[in-house]
Write a protein that binds this ligand. Structure first.
Ligand code: SF4
Length: 403
């Protein structure tokens, strides 16, 4: 019997979704810290609506070190701390922050923009300071698509060069790709690209219509379902991660169950197109298959948290709901006690189908999409096409619709 939360004692089910080994209400597994909002790029989908200059109110070096001290206070297993922006390379004290976090036992990762600041020398310094993983954004398989996303001509070619430098400096390379209606058809060619770059993890981000991203066209729920199923198909070629689409865990469990029982799953036309193109790509790009990396069970405010450049804590970078300032209350106290964060850890309190879904303990829906589209962060996730059977027994009221 396959359980929705992947906690069954049968080996196949136990590994379908990775559960945290600690209490997600007590400590996060990943903390994203926006060390600055300054950035030289003008990306169309920028969450931060990044600025050209640093904000004088951003956390100082000492405040940043105190924040890292606070996070390290959890002890082992230490959270992963991702330094993002804006462009974190805009901060001259970046290596100091990385070195301090590493000395405390934290796993430090970087998410820079590709600008002239990203050079082999600074990469070597940051690697020596202890950062082990670095992510680069690639949003199109062709220069025209990526450069249009980033707002700067030539940045695609610079990113290819930067990816080589990142590998030469000894980092694990993560590639982040934002998927929209405008580039979804390029996913098979993007797969060819990220395989060629020897990417350790490919994070496919499902556009949240917030910040400058409101101008782009997000996928429909049916299209998201097709892309998630396509991701499941390619997960034996490289490690993939669905960002802001926690229902990838539901898809994974359903696909495992279908494989075990022989049940057929109906897919949409987008899936069929992506699958046909991917077969052609893989025929020309031979790669070894590998055991899929199971998706991990974290969600906004539940194993995951975001701190902005001024030290305000949020459930995620795409959920503009302030939960408190790290300089006033400390990160750990906010993460554990904030009522809004606590409510995000209780999926039975979500409205509509996410509240009654048999997968809600392991999924819970994208709270960022729910908030951006409905204005209610506890609403159903409108980007999920799944219709739980229990939905039919709910009384009709707002928030109980599928879409
Ligand atoms: S209905 Fe909600 S909880 Fe269920 S799979 Fe969809 S997004 Fe996840």
């Amino acid at each position: 019997m396959n359980t929705p939360n992947g906690t069954s004692t049968r080996p196949r089910e136990r590994t379908a979704v990775r559960r945290l080994r600690h209490d997600a209400g007590e400590r996060p597994m990943i903390v994203i810290w926006e060390v600055t909002r300054a950035c030289a790029l003008v990306c169309q989908h920028c969450r931060a609506d990044a600025q050209t200059r640093r904000d004088p109110a951003e956390l100082t070096t000492q405040q940043g070190k105190a924040l890292l001290d606070d996070i390290a206070g959890y002890g082992a297993p230490y959270p992963i701390v991702v330094l993002t922006g804006g462009d974190p390379f805009e901060r001259p004290d970046l290596a100091q922050l990385v070195e301090h976090g590493t000395s405390l036992g934290l796993h430090m990762a970087l998410s820079p923009s590709v600008t002239p600041r990203l050079q082999p020398q600074i990469l070597r310094e940051l690697r020596a300071a202890g950062a082990a993983t670095l992510s680069l954004s690639i949003d199109g398989a062709a220069a025209a698509t990526h450069d249009a996303f980033r707002g700067v001509p030539g940045v695609f070619e610079q990113t290819m060069t930067a990816a080589r430098w990142v590998k030469e400096a000894g980092f694990r390379l993560q590639v982040n790709s934002t998927v929209t209606r405008g580039n979804v058809h390029e996913l098979p060619e993007l797969l060819r690209l990220v395989l060629g770059l020897q990417t350790s993890l490919w994070s496919i981000f499902f556009l949240v219509p917030t910040g400058r991203g409101q101008q782009l066209q997000a996928l429909s729920a049916g299209e998201v379902e097709d892309v998630l199923n396509w991701m499941y198909d390619i997960s034996d070629r490289l490690a993939v991660k669905a960002t802001e689409a926690p229902h990838y865990r539901r898809v994974t469990l359903q696909r495992k169950e279908a494989e075990a029982t022989g049940r057929t799953i109906e897919h949409g036309p987008l899936y069929e197109r992506l699958r046909a193109q991917t077969e052609a790509v893989l025929a020309q790009t031979p790669t070894r298959t590998r055991p899929p990396r199971p998706p991990i069970d974290v969600n906004s405010g539940r194993g995951f948290s975001f701190i902005d450049h001024r030290g305000q804590v949020y459930p995620s970078g795409f959920l503009p709901q302030q939960c408190g300032s790290v300089t006033e209350h400390g990160f750990r106290a906010i993460y554990r006690d904030n009522p809004l964060l606590r409510s995000l850890r209780e999926p039975s309190g979500f409205a509509g189908k996410c509240g009654v879904c048999e997968f809600n303990e392991v999924c819970g829906g994208s709270r960022s999409h729910a908030y951006a589209i409905t204005g209610d962060l506890l609403a159903s996730d409108p980007t999920c096409a799944y219709r739980p059977a229990a939905l039919d027994s709910l009384p009709e009221r707002p928030g109980h619709t599928v879409a």
